[in-house]
Design a protein around this ligand. Structure first.
Ligand code: ATP
Length: 488
């Protein structure tokens, strides 16, 4: 097993063991690329979502949120181009019967050429692939797979079918009788719910351009190959914001959002070297700029977020397909126009995985006469599923009651956890593994002088502090301001 496979395996088993992520329908042997979140995973996800929401909506006077339905009128997806164009080119290996995305087979080969120092070959293949994708030339994609002697990793053969297009949208029927049922889709992105509500929101929230609409919610894609755990799922959550601007000002806003979104990532304390921008050279026909924010996963730099300048494409399409005007009257220039849109779109689950990779550490602890290891999840305190764990040293003499009193002081502000089982050292380790930044131990001295031991997750430092001091110490460390302080 390669090192990267081993790291991923460790993450998957850690996520399961500590209640972060479970395979969906596990007792029925699971459903491929669909996952459930456990008690700690749900808290972590909620906190990441909240960080996004606060950064986008609460920190901007000109951004408001919506929560649109997953089902939308089927014409929405015709207008958006998803019915005709939301396809991946796929190819099957006739021997292993495995299905692959043709472009991903080629991308893997490009990465291999790069790794082997064959940069000219890599660039040549990249260009040929981009051209074939742009002109939708499926035969050319197949030819590239053959010319580059790409074999199926399972069967090892080059016995391929033709390349075919495969639509990624799930459809179902609306209505009780099959005869009069209408085909509806599970949304493959949350953005269209924002576009079709553009005027509703603009009018009711009395927004003036430039302004944004933000939304978080589930999206569904029938991914041909689902890889790398929650990196590529068939049901996932997106956090998207569409920013409506005056035509001609979109590049200014594109630059702003590019910087702001990167700052959002780095404010979590993740070093610069782990992130990079990937500028799109080949743009979709409706975009005039696009960039991905990529993170350095063990399997290479991969997209976590996209920032796209989408011109007036979506609103114009909906205008045409619905027959309703989607225009804005700009009092400053006394003109009606269809606004341009700059969007930011990040996958919540992918961000979750990023944090797991970045924060999970197996640390070797050297003491005088022994070496020990501990598993610690160094999440930013504000995102941790449990912020404060309180332990009584022993289960008697009023210590449990005192510990619960402390929990009751803090449960209004933080997710807290009470634990009395096992030795204190073991309890600390369990909290380290789920990322709890602070543990408090109540002992016999507490009963005398109202002081407790406060233990810090990262340094493992233990301090004796008065119970009265706890709230200031915690408020200082577990604080939205720490991550929402944007300096661009
Ligand atoms: P990719 O190239 O990885 O398929 P994309 O370019 O299709 O991604 P977008 O449509 O721009 O992705 O979606 C925005 C974000 O949603 C992505 O940056 C990613 O974080 C997330 N995302 C997209 N598809 C999935 C998926 N199948 N599972 C989990 N997250 C996803």
């Amino acid at each position: 097993m390669s090192k990267q496979e081993e790291t991923l395996k460790k993450i998957i088993s850690h996520c399961k063991e500590y209640g972060f992520v479970f395979q969906s329908s596990e007792i029925y042997d699971g459903l491929s690329a669909v996952y459930d979140y456990g008690h700690n995973g749900t808290e972590l996800r909620k906190n990441i979502r909240e960080y996004w929401w606060k950064a986008m909506v609460q920190m901007h006077d000109n951004i408001v949120g919506i929560d649109s339905a997953i089902f939308m009128h089927p014409k929405v997806w015709k207008a958006s181009g998803h019915v005709d164009g939301f396809n991946d080119p796929m190819i099957d290996n006739k021997d292993s019967k495995k299905r692959y995305r043709a472009d991903q087979l080629l991308e893997d080969r490009i990465a291999k050429y790069e790794k082997d120092g064959k940069t000219d070959k890599a660039a040549g293949l990249q260009k040929a692939m981009d051209d074939a994708l742009e002109s939708n030339d499926l035969a050319a994609l197949k030819a590239l797979i053959e010319e580059n002697e790409i074999a199926c990793p399972i069967s090892g053969t080059r016995n391929w079918t033709e390349v075919r297009q495969f639509n990624l949208m799930y459809s179902t029927q609306m209505g009780s009788l099959a005869e009069d049922a209408d085909e509806v889709y599970l949304r493959p992105e949350t953005a269209q719910g924002i576009f079709v509500n553009f005027l509703n929101v603009q009018k009711t929230a009395r927004m003036k351009i430039p302004f944004g609409i933000a939304q978080t919610g589930k999206a569904f894609r029938n991914e041909i190959i689902a890889r790398q755990f929650i990196m590529r799922m068939r049901e996932f959550e997106q956090m998207e914001m569409q920013f409506f601007v005056r035509p001609g000002t979109e590049m200014e806003w594109f630059t702003y959002w590019k910087a702001y979104r990167m700052a959002w990532h780095k404010n979590l304390g993740i070093p610069d070297a782990k992130y990079r921008f990937h500028e799109h050279t080949k743009l979709a026909h409706y975009a005039n700029a696009a960039v991905d924010i990529e993170y350095d996963f063990p399997f290479g730099f991969k997209e976590v977020e996209g920032i796209h300048s989408r011109t007036d494409f979506d609103l114009k399409q909906h205008q045409e397909f619905s027959g309703k005007k989607l225009q804005y009257f700009d009092p400053e220039i006394n003109q009606n126009y269809v606004p341009y849109v700059v969007e930011t779109s990040i996958g919540l689950d992918r961000m979750f995985l990023l944090l797991m990779f970045h924060c999970l550490e197996e640390e070797t602890l050297e003491s005088e006469n022994q070496t020990d290891t501990r598993t610690v999840l160094r999440l930013p305190a504000i995102l941790a599923p449990v912020k404060l764990a309180v332990f009584p040293l022993v289960k008697k003499d009023g210590l449990p009651e005192k510990a619960k009193e402390i929990i009751d002081m803090f449960r209004f502000d933080y997710t807290c956890m009470y634990e009395e089982k096992d030795a204190i050292g073991k309890r600390y380790r369990r909290q380290d593994a789920i990322g709890t930044p602070f543990c408090v131990t109540v002992d016999y001295d507490t009963m005398e002088n109202n002081t407790v031991t406060l233990r810090y997750r990262d340094s493992m430092e233990q301090k004796r502090v008065a119970i009265d001091e706890l709230s200031t110490i915690l408020a200082d460390e577990i604080n939205w301001k720490k991550v929402l302080n944007f300096q661009l």
